[in-house]
Design a protein around this ligand. Sequence first.
Ligand code: NOJ
Length: 545
Amino acid sequence: MSPAPTSRTRSFWDDAVVYQLYVRSFADSDGDGVGDLGGVIRRLDHIAGLGAGAIWLNPCYPSPQADHGYDIADYRGVNPEYGDLGTFDRLVAEAHARGLRILMDLVPNHCSERHPWFAAALAAGPGSPERARFVFRDGRGDGPPNNWQSVFGGPAWTRVTEPDGTPGQWYLHLFAREQPDFDWRHPAVLAEFDDILRFWFDRGVDGFRIDVCHGLIKDAALRDWDGGGYNAYSWNRPEVHEIFRRWRALAEGYERDLLLVGEVWVPDPADLDDYLRPDELHQAFSFDLLVQPWEAGALRGAAERAVARTAVHGAPAAWTLANHDVHRAVTRYGIVRPEAPPESNDAFAALMRPRGEVDVERGERRARAALLLLLALPGSVFLYQGEELGLPEVLDLPDAARQDPVFHRSGGREKGRDGCRVPLPWSATGPAFGFSTGTPWLPQPDWFAGYAAEAQDETSTLALHRRAIRTRRELGLGEPGPVEWLGTGDDAVLAFRRGAVVCVVNTGTTDFTPPAGWGEPVLHSAEPGVVTPDAAAWLRAVDRG
Ligand code: NOJ
């Protein structure tokens, strides 16, 4: 039996700041325009200097890059564009020497069409044991076996040509056609992933972010789904939990802190609880907060729900405001005139990538304030690369440059996720703003110069991140403990107390003057004193305790 929540000891993920590193776009050390692990090693001090405690590496395994690494051809290697296992080992050692843990990205729902198992399945034909590790079915007439849609657009099935040249069976892919889904009811799939986990744990990795946790098990009969939106036959099936129990037991066989943090999208955030039972995942991302509008009540509601969730099974919250799938926070919070979302197969797309006219300055103020909100809450905080620079989304990439399968499979209706994956600007001048000596794999706009890491001064968003993360640690703000909500007399202002510290966030249009009893200013996102619209502050009671 796993320990009860009350008896658990402290772990690094209780209050870590985890830097999410999209390898392709972070730093390029060999001039091919694509970020790599050598680049990560060179820039590790940037991450350590932020005060982060861990790094989550987006997938860096050998992959044809149809979905930029979420289509894996070999789960035990490193993409040659990024380095090799030797570079990886060096990265782990250099990161550990700086007190940074390394989390990898585990992609268990699907592999690449170039994975040897899939090649073998195509060659072996219908009814073969090779096909049984995937979801191959005969079609209905000339059509696919059921009506499921791919998250990225179009049907979730692709028909293969059989070895004898005839049109044949169909295979399931909840994402792109280059990403065939495994059949997680097959024991060989379970055994293979046990081995993959051990391979990386034995190399010194400190845990995994787990992709699409809610998708691994499908309805056994693969029934048609006519319910619209979220397909309850392909997502969040009850049997999925057995897999996480298995991995948790495996991780606990090691004598060190190993984290399993899940990407779990469920329409009712209360469903997350099941994934966080003491013998399943340690954490799941609080996307509920990420998708809220800039309104005090909405933000408070999501924060309260996530904090309440912590009490159910003792799993610390995993806060995040951005990642490689969503529009950057500055842009989301800066929308002044929302546009109707395009039609999408993805139930969450409109929330993750809202469209409309953006006031970038307003978005910047709000994103800075949101950072103080996040860092004052108990739990770990996942910070997507570039957010610390205050980067807005690149909304106007030329269509010809776009690479995301979301763009291509939706026929361009959805712009997709390239705009938050544009390579980082490190310096205001020089080739590719210091990212690469070559041509970056996605074009950087000229205005990136103004956001370059080296150009950020003491009032910058980067400086705010460093100060806030350091102060959070000094004050123990991320540590487990109660969140006491305070009345503000203003619906647009939220405030809560954490020990001696009060966090105030003003989402309204008028200044808010905190009562004297809340304490002295410690940190602010805009200016000291009154909390101006779209700003936040931390105050500290001087004589408490
Ligand atoms: C979620 C990942 O975050 C996303 O980038 C990817 O495209 C899908 N899962 C499919 O693996």
